[in-house]
Design a protein around this ligand. Structure first.
Ligand code: NAD
Length: 247
């Protein structure tokens, strides 16, 4: 479905981003991973070191992608970081850091790619938001604020670039089985018991697979969704739509 197209995947060296990169690659896209740590990037992909919270770093990496491939058709804004606790748990510097990565990072990367997207006959952007975008997760105030902003930004971008032929959508994963969640589980006293409890808290009794998120992203950037923009797909076992609250 994506033969001849070039896709940037931020955070594509791990977890959900790596699964998205693989799914797009399997459909014929050439993949440029932008990550602050490219050590885990699949060797099938071109990998560029970039920190999405640093404009100069992003501009240099996107220019390098364009130089290498001569076009950019798809941007997957997936790089993101977590933050725990209520509104008082993080200081101003941490609020600024997380918002700069999770929200402004999307603006930086997509702005740098815009001149190329405008030239593409099938331009599409997909942002990785979260179930936190719509539910507001307990003890994740800053993270929820950042992902709610991703949802609003997705709609604003979709409206701004509609007439330029650039579609912008998002995915909202539930708790997914990635190295990020693995790190959280490993910090528990009994990681196996913690994993079992986490599985039991999911509506469908298990974590979301990164490949399931990638399938939704593939749809949202492929011609199959050519009339779809400014929306999101929830990949969360029904949690958000069924109003099931995570504990
Ligand atoms: P992960 O930690 O496995 O992978 C994240 C990748 O992003 C890493 O390769 C990391 O190096 C990269 N990254 C982080 N900060 C960066 C920066 N400033 N610049 C460039 N790259 C950076 O995490 P994951 O679980 O795969 O999460 C990916 C996305 O999915 C995030 O946006 C996250 O908020 C979202 N998400 C995750 C879950 C989950 O349960 N895992 C649920 C909902 C949404």
């Amino acid at each position: 479905m994506l033969d001849g197209l070039v896709a940037i995947v931020t955070g594509g060296a791990s977890g959900i981003g790596a699964a998205i990169a693989a799914a797009l690659h399997d459909e014929g896209a050439k993949i440029a991973v932008l990550d602050r740590d490219i050590s885990g990037a699949d060797e099938r992909f071109a990998a560029f070191t970039a920190d999405v919270s640093d404009r100069a770093s992003v501009d240099a990496a996107v220019a390098a992608v364009a130089e290498r491939f001569g076009r950019i058709d798809i941007v997957i804004n997936n790089a993101g970081v977590g933050a725990q606790g209520d509104i008082a748990a993080n200081d101003d510097d941490e609020w600024a850091r997380v918002l700069s990565i999770n929200v402004t990072g999307i603006a930086r990367v997509t702005s740098a790619a815009l001149p190329w997207l405008r030239k593409s006959p099938s331009a599409a952007v997909c942002n990785t938001a979260s179930i936190a975008s719509t539910t507001g997760l307990p003890q994740r105030a800053l993270y929820s604020a950042s992902k709610g902003a991703v949802s609003a930004l997705t709609r604003a971008m979709a409206a701004d670039h509609l007439r330029e032929g650039i579609r912008v959508n998002a995915v909202n994963p539930g708790t997914a089985d990635t190295p990020w969640v693995g790190r959280l589980l490993d910090s528990a006293d009994d990681p196996a018991a913690e994993r079992a409890a986490l599985n039991a808290r999911q509506p469908h009794g298990r974590l979301v697979s990164p490949d399931e998120v990638a399938g939704a992203v593939l749809y949202l950037v492929s011609p199959a969704s050519g009339s779809t923009t400014g929306t999101f797909i929830e990949v969360d076992g029904g949690m958000a739509q069924l109003r099931l609250r995570p504990e």
